[in-house]
Design a protein around this ligand. Structure first.
Ligand SMILES: *[C@@H]1O[C@H](CO)[C@@H](O)[C@H](O)[C@H]1NC(C)=O
Ligand SMILES: *[C@@H]1O[C@H](CO)[C@@H](O)[C@H](O)[C@H]1NC(C)=O
Ligand SMILES: *[C@@H]1O[C@H](CO)[C@@H](O)[C@H](O)[C@H]1NC(C)=O
Ligand SMILES: *[C@@H]1O[C@H](CO)[C@@H](O)[C@H](O)[C@H]1NC(C)=O
Ligand SMILES: *[C@@H]1O[C@H](CO)[C@@H](O)[C@H](O)[C@H]1NC(C)=O
Length: 639
């Protein structure tokens, strides 16, 4: 049996032969052919010629051996379609980006006119708002409390509150640090002037970086299943990911794996199907924490995984619904040879394991900037080594804010999606003032950090809470780096240690003492003292930290000198902290190292206590204050 790729080569040769035969035949008999015959023959030549080119192109893109005809054609067709549409979408963006004021006016007025006759639009006098200047002058900056009454009524089934259309999805935010917020999506806003659709095409730019335009290796989307539910008024609700469910047949894991909503089981299956296929071209992890969990599952469960590969079985300890197990069993084939190969590779350790198991891997897609950098850097030093990272999009429940800058090799920059959203900016130093200054997009400055104020398909002039740093302009469109989310800061006096400043110091210290941080969170001593005896008399920070294990699963233990480094770097970098430390108002920070898996237990507790928090959206709170949560970490400290 020939491999799929070779089959396509053979077919392309047949097509080429047929084309040549037709052309020669045509040339020899052209005097006797009627116009109709000529047209028919021309068509045949065109079709066989096109068939030859397409099949040769597929062969040239070296399809993975595990592809079937169906999956290779599907992947090829979809990639080509995305590529063509993505090209035009980008070209339009390119032209429009030369006049940012016009671009923003167009988007904004579309939203204002759409909402004009809703209760929300009437409240804010949208009928009198004729230009973007009116909007900038008159429209207040809103918080969730301003939107909530309208959204609650919509959820309860009332019409024309915050959208003139019928809602089809209520998306919940992760709520890891507070209450879940809900946003109303409608099909019309989603599809209208194809605005959101264009945004999806921006995502495909990351496919280019992931080598998916030039090759036909497999694409592994590592995702935990999400649970959706219905409101009493019959609208689907769930995390935003539940709205974008698109699992084409060419993915590495079979469709049914994406229905597994428990984390251990979903990861086990994603690792299992990944191991069966040595030719994976790209991994899509969404977040560094997912990548870490994926690699940890591999590290801790590889003996069972290899047994399953060897015998085509499915670990009986795996707690998955019977119907899913049955469906999966039909996809299982015994592959003793691959099992031997995997065991050999794994016995040589887990450093750079992803590249060693999947040598063709072009990229790992995940958001890895700002406060996610320490974890991403931990991955780069250990499991992922030289696999390039790719930041596909900067998105949240409220919309897509940025797409990856294809020319940025460090992969930390986003180009603002100014063709589908309207943006205002609050300088970061003004964010806690009662009426902060709002800067229009024309006046943002390189090097400055701002909180985003967004107008998207689901919210108007809404303080979104993500802080970004403007680093460049693409024509007139801002290019930015994600920094952190507002509202997560440590504060003992008035030093207001932001997540951004804290993370910077943390990374600096981790580099100097050469440790790989898996997860971290911090708190003030008052919260800590609710669960344990005071560590020292006076105010101070407590930093909890999980490090990656050594190759032999041995726990890396930080010495007290190493722990001291985190305090030292913070002291050097943060002026106000230094002042308060110098006169003894603040005592040195205490670093508590926790065992492997402690942060997973924290995640389980948070997700279980809030049914609306999906595992996919979960983000580790960088400031943790709830005593029962802190206890989970404290109980798994390394003594
Ligand atoms: C941008 O577009 C607006 C409206 O069409 C126009 O008035 C303005 O002159 C344009 N600006 C530039 C720099 O082309
Ligand atoms: C809307 O217009 C009315 C009448 O012109 C005015 O009384 C009201 O304050 C306006 N509301 C807002 C939110 O601007
Ligand atoms: C689904 O929603 C109903 C209320 O509408 C609630 O009682 C139920 O617990 C929810 N189910 C899940 C699995 O969250
Ligand atoms: C796999 O199959 C072989 C041969 O049938 C058997 O000896 C071995 O115990 C099986 N392994 C597992 C883990 O079931
Ligand atoms: C320490 O310094 C800060 C800032 O200069 C000041 O606000 C605080 O009162 C000082 N505390 C003591 C105990 O001197």
């Amino acid at each position: 049996m020939l491999f799929t790729g070779t089959q396509f080569l053979v077919i392309s040769q047949v097509f080429t032969a047929a084309t040549l035969y037709q052309v020669i035949n045509f040339y020899q008999n052209w005097k006797d052919t009627s116009a109709w015959q000529a047209a028919f023959r021309g068509l045949v030549v065109f079709l066989t010629g096109a068939g030859g080119l397409v099949t040769y192109d597929i062969y040239r893109k070296r399809p993975a051996k595990s592809h079937t005809w169906r999956t290779v054609l599907l992947q090829y067709t979809l990639t080509q379609i995305f590529r063509v549409f993505g090209y035009f979408s980008l070209r339009n963006f390119e032209t429009a980006s030369k006049n940012i004021s016009k671009m923003q006016e167009d988007v904004l007025m579309f939203y204002i006119r759409t909402l004009e006759n809703t209760e929300f639009g009437k409240k804010h006098n949208y009928s009198q708002m004729r230009t973007r200047e009116d909007f900038l002058k008159l429209h207040p900056v809103l918080s969730y409390a301003d939107l909530k009454p309208y959204i609650d009524k919509t959820v309860a089934g009332e019409k024309n509150q915050i959208t003139p259309f019928d809602p089809f999805y209520i998306a919940f935010t992760s709520g890891t640090t507070g209450k879940n917020k809900a946003f109303v999506y409608t099909k019309e806003m989603f599809a209208k002037p194809s605005k959101m659709f264009k945004a999806l095409l921006f995502m495909t730019l990351s496919f280019k970086r992931a080598g998916l335009w030039d090759g036909l290796k497999r694409y592994h989307l590592v995702r935990i299943g999400v649970k959706t539910n219905f409101t009493d008024s019959g609208i689907i609700t769930g995390p935003i990911a539940g709205m974008y469910e698109f699992f084409p047949g060419y993915l590495v894991s079979p469709r049914v794996v994406y229905d597994v909503a428990t984390e251990n089981e979903a990861h086990y299956l994603h690792v299992l199907f990944a191991l069966k296929d040595p030719e994976i071209g790209a991994f899509d992890f969404s977040f560094p924490s997912v990548a870490t969990r994926f690699c940890q599952t591999l590290e801790h469960q590889w003996p069972q995984l290899c047994d399953d590969i060897e015998n085509g079985t499915l670990n009986t300890d795996l707690d998955i619904p019977e119907d899913i197990r049955e469906k999966l069993q039909t996809d299982m084939r015994a592959d003793p040879q691959r099992a031997v190969e995997v065991r050999q590779i794994i016995r040589r350790g887990f450093d750079g394991i992803v590249r060693r198991l999947w040598p063709e891997c072009n990229a790992a897609l995940m958001l890895s900037s700002g406060s996610l950098l320490p974890e991403a850097e931990g991955l780069k030093k250990h499991y992922l080594k030289d696999v390039p990272f790719c930041n596909p999009v900067h998105a949240a429940t409220e919309g897509f804010f940025g797409f990856c800058d294809p020319g940025d090799n460090s992969q930390t920059r986003f180009i603002m999606t100014t063709s589908i959203n309207h943006f205002d900016f609050i300088p970061v130093e003004e964010t806690d003032k009662p009426s902060p200054r709002v800067v229009p997009i024309e006046e943002v400055q390189i090097g400055q950090c701002y909180e985003l104020v967004i107008t998207t398909a689901v919210a108007v002039r809404y303080r979104q809470g993500d802080v970004v740093k403007i680093v460049d302009f693409h024509n007139q469109v801002p290019v930015y780096e994600f920094q952190y989310r507002l509202g997560q800061m440590l504060n003992l006096y008035w030093e207001k240690m932001t997540e951004g400043a804290f993370v910077h110091a943390l990374r600096g210290a981790a580099k100097r003492i050469d440790v790989d941080i898996v997860e971290y969170t911090a708190t003030e001593n008052v919260n800590f003292e609710a669960i344990a005896d005071a560590l020292q008399k006076g105010r101070h920070y407590v930093l909890f930290m999980e490090l990656s294990e050594k190759a032999n699963k041995e726990q890396v233990r930080m010495t007290s000198q190493q722990k001291q480094m985190f305090e030292d770097v913070l002291y050097q970098e943060h002026e106000v902290y230094r002042m308060l430390r110098d006169n003894g108002s603040i005592l040195p920070m205490k670093v508590i190292q926790v065992k492997t898996g402690a942060f997973n237990a924290l995640k389980d507790a948070i997700v279980e206590s809030n049914p609306r928090t999906s595992r996919l959206q979960y983000k580790t709170p960088r400031v943790l204050r709830a005593p029962d949560r802190l206890r989970i970490l404290w109980d798994s400290r390394l003594s």
